[in-house]
Design a protein around this ligand. Structure first.
Ligand code: NAD
Length: 490
């Protein structure tokens, strides 16, 4: 199978790396691609940075109204090719076709918001800060910026950064996850059709060595990372040590609280979608479901809803949940379920080792529900990143908030209730950057920042919307004096 090419300086380019790793369909274990992986990818990074740096001087001078024109075309191309991209996402990442289509829609929305850059980049002007003196601030691009993406949203996450970065006048490099590199390949076939100067957007494949080369290259000015907390922390530290601007989004362990006055049917449907959607491989997947008071009815309903979820190959439109990404990932999740049992938990619904007809080799786990886990145990505190729900019963909203706020992450917290006062208290006091009230996946729309807190985020400015504009620009403040005495008489 041909090794996937990089896209550097407007040309499809063979990697200088000879070692490769297979891209595998997680539902069937079929090899669907081959991607370069190894230390020689640093030479690919050097070429990509040289191309991006070479393009920067001219691109930053292109008026912003003109810089967004290729984004209008990209939106059209993404829409016209959405189905093909969605099928590629499902093939390499495992999620259902409906989930992949939704992902592309979210990518397109970021392109749409970035098209507003002529207004988003506008700045501040103060006339007469002193007699004859004006002061104003302008936003200027940084230079070469790079994005390092995770496996779970191969079509969407690069778009939290890419359209904003280039509309602000930067040039850009994307390093997709080596587990799912085919989606960006499809996207770059579209980028190749834009009237963009060579080197403005580049694609480099690889793993740790590629990332390290980006972090170490002096011409890379900013890094946008999304992935696990352990690697996010590493990227943040190493990027900062090398003088770069860094935004690093990490892992999560998201709680959802259900009060006795919540609408049972609506809550159950939304919560099971949140826990088991994308097979739990979402940084906004609900994981700990906290019921307040005695809620036997909701427990039974969650059990029935989880049990009836169809698991299988995502390209089959009737399937509601696909596999997890790798056999290692499946083993890790099964190990955490075992660990939960060792910790004293009970398995209410056991999805381990299912038989999926026709896909016996796939990395499948059916929906699983644990209950009775100790609140200070490992499983209830660890990101499982798989289709596992942990049920927790607590007595009051305050107890739920104390439990939530004692966690290390802070990506999302949700509440289901019909009480405005409790909702108001929760949204104010829950220590998480994305809050859902009667919502199960509180994913911010493109015009809002994706606001993780605590160990879910390292940095200051988040991805998307105005935060992205601030991240991808540096401010320059100008103080100008034009004394009246100098004015010529005409
Ligand atoms: P990961 O951290 O393993 O990999 C992410 C990227 O880092 C990949 O491109 C990979 O090649 C690179 N990488 C891996 N190991 C590296 C190393 N040692 N040094 C340098 N680079 C390295 O994450 P993943 O498994 O691809 O994605 C799942 C994780 O991402 C989950 O923890 C999930 O919560 C998180 N995530 C977070 C958000 C968010 O917005 N906070 C969104 C999506 C996913």
């Amino acid at each position: 199978m041909e090794v996937l090419a990089n896209y550097i300086g407007g040309t499809w380019t063979k990697s200088k790396e000879e070692n490769t790793v297979a891209v595998i369909n997680p539902a069937s274990q079929e090899v669907i691609g081959t991607v370069p992986l190894g230390s020689h990818t640093s030479a690919d990074v050097a070429s990509a940075v040289a191309a991006a740096a070479g393009a920067f001087a001219a691109w930053r001078e292109v008026p912003v109204m003109k810089r967004v024109q290729p984004l209008y075309k990209l939106k059209q191309l993404l829409e016209a090719n959405a189905e093909e991209i969605a099928r590629t996402i499902t093939l390499e990442c495992g999620k259902t076709l409906a989930e992949s289509r939704g992902e592309i829609q979210r990518a397109i929305e970021n392109v749409e918001v970035a098209c507003g850059m002529p207004v988003l980049m506008q700045s501040e002007f103060s006339e007469n800060i002193a007699p004859g003196i004006d002061e104003f601030m302008i936003r200027q691009p940084l230079g070469v910026c790079a994005c390092i993406a995770p496996f779970n949203f191969p079509g969407m996450i690069p778009f939290w950064f890419l359209p904003y970065a280039i509309a602000c006048g930067n040039t850009f490099i994307i390093k997709p996850s080596e587990k799912v590199p085919l989606t960006m390949l499809k996207v770059f076939e579209l980028i190749d059709q834009l009237d963009l100067p060579e080197g403005v957007i580049n694609l480099v494949h690889g793993g740790k060595e590629t990332v390290d080369a980006l972090l170490e290259h002096p011409d890379v000015k900013a890094i946008s990372f999304v992935g696990s907390t352990q690697i996010a922390r590493y990227i943040y530290a190493k990027g900062a040590a090398n003088g770069k601007r860094v935004q690093a989004q990490g892992g999560a362990k998201n709680p959802v609280v259900v009060l006795p006055d919540a609408d049972l049917d609506i809550s159950v449907k939304i919560i099971t979608d949140s826990v088991f959607g994308c097979a739990g491989q979402r940084c906004l997947a609900a994981s700990n479901i906290i019921t307040v008071g005695d809620q036997g009815a909701i427990k039974d309903a969650l059990y029935e809803s989880a049990k009836s979820r169809t698991t299988g190959f995502g390209l089959d439109e009737s399937v509601e949940m696909g596999p997890v990404i790798t056999p290692d990932s499946r083993s890790r999740i099964e190990h955490l379920i075992d660990k939960g049992i060792q910790e004293g938990g009970r398995v209410l619904l056991d999805g381990r080792k299912p038989a999926i007809s026709g896909f016996e080799q796939g990395n499948f786990i059916r929906p699983t529900i644990l209950e009775g886990l100790p609140l200070d145990g490992e499983v209830i505190r660890t990101e499982i990143f798989g289709p596992v729900m942990s049920l927790i019963e607590l007595g009051t909203v305050d107890e739920a908030l104390t439990f939530i706020n004692s966690g290390r992450y802070g990506n999302m917290a949700c509440l289901f209730t019909s009480s405005g006062a409790n909702a108001r208290k929760f949204r104010s006091q829950a220590m998480a950057g994305n809050i859902g009230i009667n919502i199960g996946v509180a994913a911010p729309m493109a015009q809002f920042p994706f606001s993780g807190w605590n160990e879910s985020f390292f940095g200051d400015l988040h991805g998307q919307g105005r935060h992205a504009v601030e991240f991808f620009t540096q401010t320059k403040v100008v103080v100008e004096r034009w004394p009246k005495e100098w004015s010529r008489k005409f």
